[in-house]
Design a protein around this ligand. Structure first.
Ligand code: HEM
Ligand SMILES: *[C@@H]1O[C@H](CO)[C@@H](O)[C@H](O)[C@H]1NC(C)=O
Ligand SMILES: *[C@@H]1O[C@H](CO)[C@@H](O)[C@H](O)[C@H]1NC(C)=O
Ligand SMILES: *[C@@H]1O[C@H](CO)[C@@H](O)[C@H](O)[C@H]1NC(C)=O
Ligand SMILES: *[C@@H]1O[C@H](CO)[C@@H](O)[C@H](O)[C@H]1NC(C)=O
Length: 315
């Protein structure tokens, strides 16, 4: 006989829901919120860094905390993959939150759910939207450096980036909405310097880059190798604020990365950009919906994976 509890167990073990930890760790949201708040009070940029940490966790191997695993002699993780090394930040913030949670509700909350919640809190704290997050993801026991090296690059054509998103179940609208993540945070000069000094191989700058912005960027990123690790804000106008100014920038040729500005070169993506530049609440609504989709990619539920005790290593 199939009784109610069997049905309930089946349901619980195969889908996420926002009340997942309500009984097992009722203060989870409060603890994550406080941890993010502390980190961002000390370092404003950390809000952006936590959002990116979540993106890079989910886009490689699914949202499974794979990015958090440290390399060891016998294990190669994702932290040293090219898009991540010297670039992804916020690992200590997750460690600190996990340490508090291990005291209050040990072995209950997955590291990948902490990252997911931290990204949501970070966006909200920076002035952005708030959305409900289904929970119950479990942590993976593997990582993939090679897949991490396939994360979208700012130098690749829009069609490639669209294909990478499509392969994760994210459509063009998701891509344009999630690109709004570049409304805060920073990028190193090496990621956009070619646009300033040699876009075409003949020493000319990118014609799709506003001249005033370019001249300002040249101060930060002079044409010498030792400026590669200097950085500039992705959104020069509201540097630390999560808003729709990113899209207004793109309309005005003020995108920092080539891949950002490319959204204006395709009619479908450009139309979405224009709409988000005009209607902040449309952007906020779509961003939240696309974040939920992103946070559902390749998840482990039920008996799969584990609840890591230390986010940096498998149990
Ligand atoms: C669409 C393809 C994407 C490309 C090509 C891309 C590329 C980049 C690059 C090159 C940087 C600068 C990294 C550095 O110089 O260290 C960056 C930073 C950032 N990205 Fe993306 N990104 C993409 C999508 C996303 C998405 C979907 C999100 C989140 C929803 C996101 C959030 C961020 C944030 C917040 C930062 C700043 C991080 C910080 O300051 O610590 N990006 N991205
Ligand atoms: C949750 O946090 C509140 C406020 O800090 C505290 O009073 C309460 O005891 C906590 N509950 C649990 C179950 O830890
Ligand atoms: C505060 O932020 C700085 C970087 O801006 C970092 O080096 C330091 O470890 C942070 N301190 C705490 C307590 O998080
Ligand atoms: C895209 O927009 C351009 C310029 O507005 C127009 O010339 C072109 O026909 C459009 N292409 C498509 C496929 O709609
Ligand atoms: C942008 O908004 C206009 C006017 O509301 C609408 O007709 C159009 O379909 C929207 N574009 C996209 C790509 O959603």
């Amino acid at each position: 006989m199939v009784n109610k509890s069997v049905i309930l167990t089946l349901f619980i073990s195969h889908s996420l829901f926002s009340m997942f930890y309500d009984a097992s760790c009722p203060n989870l949201t409060r603890i994550v919120r406080y941890g993010v708040w502390m980190a961002v009070s000390n370092d404003t940029r950390m809000a952006a860094s936590l959002l990116r940490l979540h993106f890079h966790d989910c886009f490689v191997n699914g949202c499974d905390g794979s990015l958090l695993l440290d390399d060891t002699n016998t294990f190669k993780g994702e932290k040293n993959a090219l898009p991540n090394v010297n670039s992804v930040r916020g690992y200590e913030v997750i460690d600190n939150i996990k340490a508090v949670l291990e005291k209050v509700c040990p072995c209950v909350v997955s590291c990948t759910d902490i990252v997911t919640l931290a990204a949501r809190e970070a966006v909200y704290l920076a002035g952005g939207p708030f959305w409900q997050i289904p929970l119950g993801r479990r942590d993976g026991t593997t990582a993939s450096e090679s897949e991490a090296n396939q994360l979208p690059s700012p130098l690749e054509p829009l069609e490639n980036i669209i294909a990478k998103f499509t392969s994760k179940g994210l459509n063009v609208k998701d891509l344009v909405a999630l690109s709004g993540g570049h409304t805060f945070g920073f990028a190193r000069c090496m990621m956009f310097k070619h646009r300033l000094f040699n876009f075409d191989g003949a020493g000319n700058p990118d014609p799709e880059l506003d001249v005033m912005l370019r001249q300002n960027l040249e101060n930060n990123c002079p044409n010498q190798d030792d400026s590669n690790n200097n950085f500039a804000p992705l959104d020069a106008y509201t540097i630390n604020r999560f808003d729709n100014v990113y899209y207004r920038n793109l309309v005005n040729k003020l995108g920092l990365l080539q891949s950002d500005q490319a959204l204006m070169k395709d009619n479908t993506t450009a139309s979405l950009v224009v709409n988000y530049s005009r209607y902040p609440y449309l952007f906020y609504r779509d961003f939240g919906a696309s974040m939920v989709k992103l946070a559902n990619t390749g998840i482990l539920t039920g008996q799969k994976g584990e609840i890591r005790k230390n986010c940096r290593m498998v149990n």
